[in-house]
Each structure stands twice: as C-alpha cells, then as structure tokens.
Design a protein around this ligand. Structure first.
Ligand SMILES: [Fe+2]
Length: 484
C-alpha cells in the first residue's frame, strides 16, 4: 500500500500558511502513530482447514520398508564439506551392521569408486536403533551427476545426486525451503508440492524440527525411522541442509534421557568441522553463489560461548565477491508476529542482530511457528539500557526474515496472530506450504511461497530480493508501488 499527498496550487499567503499548518499536523499524527506511507503489512484472508494434523499410520505406503534382508533404508544426503565437493551419505540397516561402503561413479564413467564409512547405534529409553551408517564421499567434481549404491548382494539400492556448480558470484542456484515437516498427511502434501513445483529446488534448506517423534509416548524413536523412510524419496537425491529445532532436543529426564540431541546427533550429520565449528548444530557451507550460516537456537549463544565466538569469527570470512548471497538459517524466528512462540527468538536477536546488520545478511529463514510470515527489512539495534530506543525501524542493511515453519506437522497450524499486525511484518498467513529461493546472479533472487491448498505452480507470496552487498536498494513490495 502506498499513497501520495497532493495539494492545490498556493493561491494566497493565508492559504499557504493554513495548508502548511495542515501538512505539519498530518505529519505529526503520522509520526506519533509510528506510521509511514509504506507500512501496509498483509494478513492473508485465505480460508483453510484448521482441524488437527494427524501423523500418517505406521503401515502407510510412504513408510514402506525396502524389501530384502537388511536392505538399506532411510537414505539421506547432505553437503560433506565447505565448498560442495563432498557429500555425506547416510542410511540405516535394521537387522545387522552390514557394509558401510558407498560405491559411486559419475554419469560419464563406468568405473565405480569406493568410499568407506562408519556405523553406530544408540539407545533411547526402551528403543534400540538400527545400524546408522555415515559415509563421506570426497573429491567430487562440480556440476556433475553421480550415481551411488549402498547395501550388498541382493539388497543393493541405487540413487543419484548432482553436485553444485563451482562457487562464483553470478552462479544461479535454486534452493527449496522447508521447515517443521513432521509426518502427517499435510507433511506428505508439502513434500509432494515441493517435488512437483515446476520451479525445481536443487537443495533443501531445512529450518529444523524433523520427525516430531517426541510428540509420541516415550519419544517413540520408531517415528524417527518412519520419518527417515518418508523423506528418502527427496533427500536421497538432493542434499538437505540441516538445522536443529526444539524437537531435536529429545531431553527427557523422566525417561533417564538427559543428553540433548541424542537421536539427531546419531542420525543426521553435518559438515561442521569444515567451517571450524565444534558442534554439529552451528556451521556454514558455500553453495554456488550463496554462503549459508546455520545457527542453533537451542545451544548457548551468549558472550564467550562456543557458538557466539564461532559466529564472530565466521562473519568476516564471508567474501561477497565470491558468494554474494549471505543467508542464515535458525529455528526460532526473531521477527514473528504470531501468538505461537511469540518473543522466543528475542534473546538470540539481542545477541546477534547487530552482527547481521553490520555484515549485511540478505535473508534469514526460521521455522518453529507453524505458519508463514515475511518481514520488511527492519532492525532493532539502537537500544541500550539507558536510551529506551527499542522499536524496529526500516533498515536497508538488515535482512528480510522469513518464517517457513509450515511443513505440516502433528501440532497443526498456528492460526492466532498478534493484532494489529506489527509494521515489521509484511505478509503473514497460517497455511502449510514451502518456498523456493531462485538466485539468478549477484544482484537478484526470485522468491516464492507456495501453500499446499493451491496447485503446484501457484505463488501465494512472491517478490524479487536485491542483494544487500551488490544492489542494496529497497526491494520491498511497497517500495515498488505494488499492492502489499
Ligand atoms: Fe519448533
């Protein structure tokens, strides 16, 4: 929404004085109301079902166990180094350890190479996991299709992936964005919509909360296995970049389980050491023209903590001439205007927001809230304990914050929003869906959000993002005079 003030020609001095007074009065009212001519956030009126989402039954076809004794299942891949020339391949064998070897070959080669991995098991209360294998394939060529095999003899399973192009400032690349997926019928809709979106994502930036096993009695870890089998159809073929959410903590002292993140740590590896991190929950990767920083909302981030120190050391390393797009993933959003989890991200915002503005982060994606929201470019960094300046203001050095925790999990939609819609909130809607970030070059990226109720190609929210380093002009919808 935008408007302009138009006045008739000044006919006399007295008219001029009264009009000036009127203009002054209007401006005062606008300032006192904290409003500006471009503050029209949108709360979508889209009507959707609000009944509780239900986990798919254990005998659903999406949880199908592959045939054959000890056949590898729950196959998933993620980037295995800092620059996209390695891949971590993970899978589970249920009956015995079997082999931790991955055979792989490029599309134009018949020679199969071998990478050796390791396996482990874990116990959680009365559950014992299968044999969880992780194998890192190194020295891959960029922009190449590779086939890979896991398993032995009659239970060999074959998959493929395509490595990213060599890193460079104008390399186009398309990311999918999914969060808080779970394993309900709605989760299945979200994944299907992502797969069938004509705008093909090549890598998923996953913003945390995977299986929601902890919503079942005794954190039933069988639901970690079913989630692994459910998502295999995508994550065995393209890497998902993992962020840890609160449903990965699995802290259950009542069950004697006091080591946080135990199932996640065993099942989902990340290449954290490649970026100098000391824990798998915060790390960075480069991919094409993007620099992705993953943070942990549920690990310590105060001054002097390992995550805090790592981020302070990390941000100056980002070379925007090499990777122009600086993107941060976290689980708990900072700029959320949903009543659900309202203010939970506030302490991390206080710690890290000045760094995000200083280093001109382009985009921040979070989950946690089971709805969709996109912010304006705002910051709230002027406050100190004496000055009381604690209102978010428009800031062209600030990121856009997007909450995409609408994957469709067992907890259902977060339909209650704070009213009135805060000025920092540009677009919000309680619907399940996913998003696509299509980076075109060093200056432009096209972004779209897709709700599950629409057909696959429909964009329920979309806009061009301008890079904060190379093209830092206002990219908000209202700045371009479009309907917000
Ligand atoms: Fe969450």
């Amino acid at each position: 929404m935008s408007f302009s003030l138009r006045f008739p020609p000044i006919a006399s001095s007295s008219y001029s004085v009264s009009m000036r007074g009127l203009v002054f009065l209007v401006l005062c009212i606008l300032i006192l109301n904290g409003s500006d001519p471009c503050s029209g956030g949108k709360t979508s009126s889209f009507t959707r079902k609000v009944e509780k989402s239900v986990d798919m039954p254990l005998d659903s076809d999406v949880f199908h166990v592959p045939p054959g004794y000890n056949a590898p299942q729950q196959v998933h891949i993620t980037q295995g180094d800092h620059v996209g020339m390695a891949m971590i391949v993970s899978w589970v064998t249920q009956d015995e350890a079997g082999s931790s070897v991955v055979l792989y070959w490029s599309e134009d080669s018949k020679h199969k190479k071998e990478a050796k991995g390791k396996h482990s098991t874990y116990q959680f209360y009365n559950y014992t996991s299968g044999y969880i294998h992780h194998c890192t394939i190194l020295n891959l060529k960029h922009d190449t299709k590779y086939y890979y095999e896991v398993g032995i003899d009659h239970t060999i399973r074959k998959f493929w992936f395509i490595t990213p192009p060599e890193i460079g400032p104008d390399i186009p690349y398309t990311f999918g964005l999914i969060g808080d997926l779970g394993q309900t019928f709605d989760s299945n809709n979200t994944l299907t919509h992502y797969e069938l979106n004509p705008h093909k994502g090549k890598t998923v930036l996953y913003v945390g909360d995977l299986s929601y096993a902890d919503n079942h009695p005794d954190h039933d870890n069988v639901r970690w296995d079913t989630w692994g089998r459910f998502t295999e159809r995508s994550v065995a073929y393209q890497p998902w970049i993992w962020t840890a959410g609160n449903h990965e903590i699995d802290f259950a002292p009542e069950l004697g389980e006091i080591k946080p993140f135990k199932p996640f740590r065993h099942r989902y590896h990340t290449p954290f050491k490649a970026s100098g991190s000391t824990e798998p929950f915060w790390y960075s990767i480069k991919r094409a023209s993007a620099y992705i920083i993953v943070l942990s909302s549920y690990s310590a981030y105060g001054t002097y903590t390992p995550q805090n120190q790592w981020l302070i050391d990390e941000l100056p390393k980002v070379n925007r001439s090499e990777t122009p797009w600086l993107i941060v993933l976290m689980h708990s959003p900072w700029y959320n205007s949903n009543s659900y989890h309202y203010m939970e991200g506030e302490t991390m915002r206080v710690m890290f927001e000045p760094l995000f503005v200083q280093y001109k982060v382009d985009l921040v994606f979070a989950g946690h809230v089971h709805a969709y929201e996109r912010s304006e470019r705002v910051s709230n960094v002027a406050y100190n304990i004496a000055n009381g300046m604690c209102t978010p203001v428009r800031d062209q050095s600030a990121p856009v914050y997007i909450t995409i925790g609408d994957g469709g999990n067992i907890e259902g939609l977060a339909i209650e929003m704070t009213e009135p819609q805060p000025r920092y909130s540009a677009h919000r809607e309680a619907s399940f869906g996913h998003a696509i970030l299509d980076i075109k070059n060093r200056t432009h990226a096209y972004y779209s959000w897709h709700r599950n109720q629409d057909s696959f190609a429909v964009e329920a929210d979309s806009l061009w993002f301008y890079n904060r380093f190379w093209h830092p002009v206002d990219d908000s919808i209202c700045a371009r005079g479009e309907e917000a």
